[in-house]
Design a protein around this ligand. Structure first.
Ligand code: SAM
Ligand code: SF4
Ligand code: F3S
Length: 445
């Protein structure tokens, strides 16, 4: 009987991609996926280390597995991802229930490690940074995802070392996958029914790879993907403001498939704080990029990330962030209170009082959410183009996304799945649009 694997994923889209690839990998040694922890022979926890209590969350999850299997044979327990990379042997010492830990750049060693463990029960930690071998290995294994919208990691790691961020330590140095590997993977996914490809990287717009003497950047990748006939939409995430180069900006003037929505984190509206963060860009640089893009296409919308209560943030600095949000009117954004991460430069800085940070976050989020609600309201009584992804759990409604990644819920038939259909928006809330379809328009589309 096939062994069953249960994979639980925390963190960013790159972890979601990795978990899918982990599944493709362990299928090679006889595992099939289960969505039920109870029936699993192998439990893999893919972890995130970006903020607070990430480590404690892992031990809590392992505790739950332990409880679940108290009276049954224990499954193989593997901790993968960014906490595994950061904590490595500590985890094995603290929690004997964990069989081995494996970092994000070592998944090409997963099957051997599982097989070795099954033979000799040797607990180990595999945490080399070897992105080249990881992607060489993964590119030989079919990406088995069959969603309408699929992720492809094109770039891993980071050399920028923002003072608050753990990513350079958990994902290692910046690495761009070979261009042809990515195009092959995209073509395969489209053949299997994907209509949207979302290119991923911690600094996706820093993508740069030299293959057979030719240099490929993100703009080259986008224009090559553009030529895949059945592919309808292209997106990329997460971009760094410094790497928003002119060739990439130009793509928005000629690509028909690149969506007009850019996640471009600024973190703070204060130059003093950006300097303390080691961001290596100023607010003015950000606004210049924003304006260049708006000039190319006024319909482009932005989202951002903000860190509130960063060490050194005064009321004046916060006010500058608040004003920026009011001026640039982001479509939606992520905002969190600064969380000191072990090993990072900012972890030793004096913290802003927690009550003050919480109050500032509340004020900022109210402004961000107002923008979001207003933008969503502006779609009411208009037709938006929706890429339909699936039927919702209620079995009555369809789920899809408009060009700006906003969820759209409407009634329709299963035959719409995988198509871009015009949907008339009737109502909206902060996170979603609700609409109806006009069959005559769909036939014409
Ligand atoms: N590379 C992207 C960039 O430079 O904008 C960000 C990638 S990071 C994985 C995602 C987001 O997590 C960051 O934009 C930042 O807002 C947030 N983040 C990272 N470290 C944090 C920390 N120590 N405390 C709070 N938020 C943090
Ligand atoms: Fe982290 Fe992004 Fe800064 Fe890199 S550029 S250190 S991933 S926040
Ligand atoms: Fe988290 Fe690692 Fe992604 S720390 S945000 S899973 S790169």
């Amino acid at each position: 009987m096939a062994k069953k694997v249960f994979i639980k994923t925390f963190g960013c889209q790159m972890n979601v991609y990795d978990s899918n690839r982990i599944l493709d990998t362990v299928k090679k040694i006889g595992f099939t996926e289960t969505k039920s922890l109870d029936e699993s022979d192998c439990f893999i926890l893919n972890t995130c280390h970006i903020r607070d209590k990430a480590k404690e969350k892992v031990y809590h999850e392992i505790g739950r597995v332990k409880q679940n299997f108290e009276k049954k044979e224990k499954p193989l327990v593997i901790v993968a991802g960014c906490v595994a990379q950061a904590e490595n042997t500590e985890m094995l010492k603290r929690e004997p229930y964990i069989d081995f830990v494996i970092g994000p750049q070592s998944y090409h060693k997963l099957n051997n490690t599982i097989e070795n463990f099954e033979k000799n029960k040797f607990r180990s930690e595999i945490t080399d940074f070897d992105s080249v071998s990881k992607f060489e290995y993964l590119s030989k294994i079919k990406n088995d995802a069959s969603e309408v919208s699929s992720f492809i990691t094109i770039q891993e790691g980071c050399d920028k070392f923002c003072h608050f961020c753990v990513v350079p330590y958990t994902r290692g140095p910046e690495y761009s996958r070979p261009y042809s590997q990515i195009i092959n993977e995209a073509e395969e996914l489209v053949k299997k029914g994907s209509k949207e490809i979302i290119l991923l990287g911690q600094n996706v717009n820093a993508y740069c790879n030299i293959e057979n003497g030719k240099k490929y950047k993100l703009s080259n990748l986008i224009m090559s993907l553009e030529k895949i006939n059945d592919l309808k939409r292209i997106r990329y995430i997460t971009s760094h403001p410094r790497d928003m180069s002119d060739d990439l900006i130009e793509c928005y003037s000629y690509s028909k498939k690149l969506m007009p929505f850019i996640h471009l984190p600024i973190q703070s509206g204060s130059n003093k704080i950006l300097k303390l963060m080691n961001r290596k860009h100023k607010v003015e640089d950000y606004i210049l990029t924003y304006e260049k893009l708006k000039k190319i296409n006024k319909n482009i919308e932005f989202s951002s990330d903000f860190i509130i209560g960063y060490p050194g943030e005064t009321e004046k600095d916060f006010q500058e962030t608040f004003n920026l949000v009011k001026n640039l009117k982001f479509l939606n954004s992520y905002s969190f209170i600064f969380s000191p991460r072990p090993g990072t430069t900012a972890s030793s800085y004096d913290k802003v009082d927690e009550t003050i940070s919480k109050e500032r976050l509340k004020i900022l989020q109210a402004a961000l959410f107002d923008n979001q609600k207003l933008k969503n309201k502006s779609f009411e009584n208009q037709y938006v183009n929706v890429l339909v992804e699936n039927k919702m759990k209620d079995q009555k409604n369809l789920f899809g996304r408009n060009e700006y990644m906003t969820s759209v819920i409407f009634k329709g038939t299963e035959s719409f799945i995988g198509k871009v259909v015009p949907v008339k928006i009737i109502s909206s809330n902060q996170n979603s649009l609700f609409g109806e379809t006009d069959i005559s328009k769909i036939k014409a589309a």
